[in-house]
Design a protein around this ligand. Structure first.
Ligand SMILES: Cc1cc2nc3c(=O)[nH]c(=O)nc-3n(C[C@H](O)[C@H](O)[C@H](O)COP(=O)(O)O)c2cc1C
Length: 143
């Protein structure tokens, strides 16, 4: 039983480059052990996080609740949750999208402006953006 979950949140002041690297390091280790895959997107200018998690229903649910309690972000909103037949992000225990290297045209394709604002677009549009990031090789394993 596989599920895919997408949420958005806003980073608190505690999140700098070092903190982000630490989140990714822990995520890769723990997600690998839990059979969870996904991608984390962080926009430093708007302080927005968007993360997609895939895996077994139990592990993904437990992880989402743990992440939602993390004081390094707030305003956690569930954007999409679905049962799936196959993973879309199986290549990453936690991939990373660097917003600074992102083509603004990709953001414009799915929203009114070239600013990452998952709070103002449908969850389906954010998921489509993630899929396109994978298709355009914009997801990095580290760095
Ligand atoms: C935006 C964000 C995304 C996170 N993503 C993950 C993740 O994918 N996997 C994970 O294990 N922890 C993730 N964490 C860290 C967890 O919130 C938590 O700190 C970590 O899993 C350790 O949990 P523990 O202190 O209860 O052992 C994330 C934290 C934040 C702020």
């Amino acid at each position: 039983m596989l599920v895919r979950l997408l949420y958005a949140s806003r980073a608190t002041d505690a999140v700098n480059a070092e903190a982000l690297a630490s989140i990714l390091k822990v995520s890769k280790e723990r997600n690998h052990n839990a059979g969870v895959t996904g991608v984390l997107c962080h926009c430093a200018s708007s302080k927005v996080f968007m993360q997609v998690l895939e895996g077994g229903r139990g592990p993904v649910s437990a992880l989402y609740h743990r992440i939602a309690q993390d004081p390094r972000h707030r305003d956690v909103v569930l954007l999409s949750y679905e049962e799936i037949g196959e993973r879309s992000f199986s290549g990453w225990s936690m991939g990373q999208v660097s917003m600074s290297r992102l083509n603004p045209a990709l953001l414009l394709k799915y929203s009114e402006s070239a600013v990452l604002d998952p709070y103002s677009v449908p969850g389906k549009a954010s998921l489509a953006l993630f899929n396109e990031l994978v298709a355009t090789a914009s997801v990095a394993s580290q760095g």
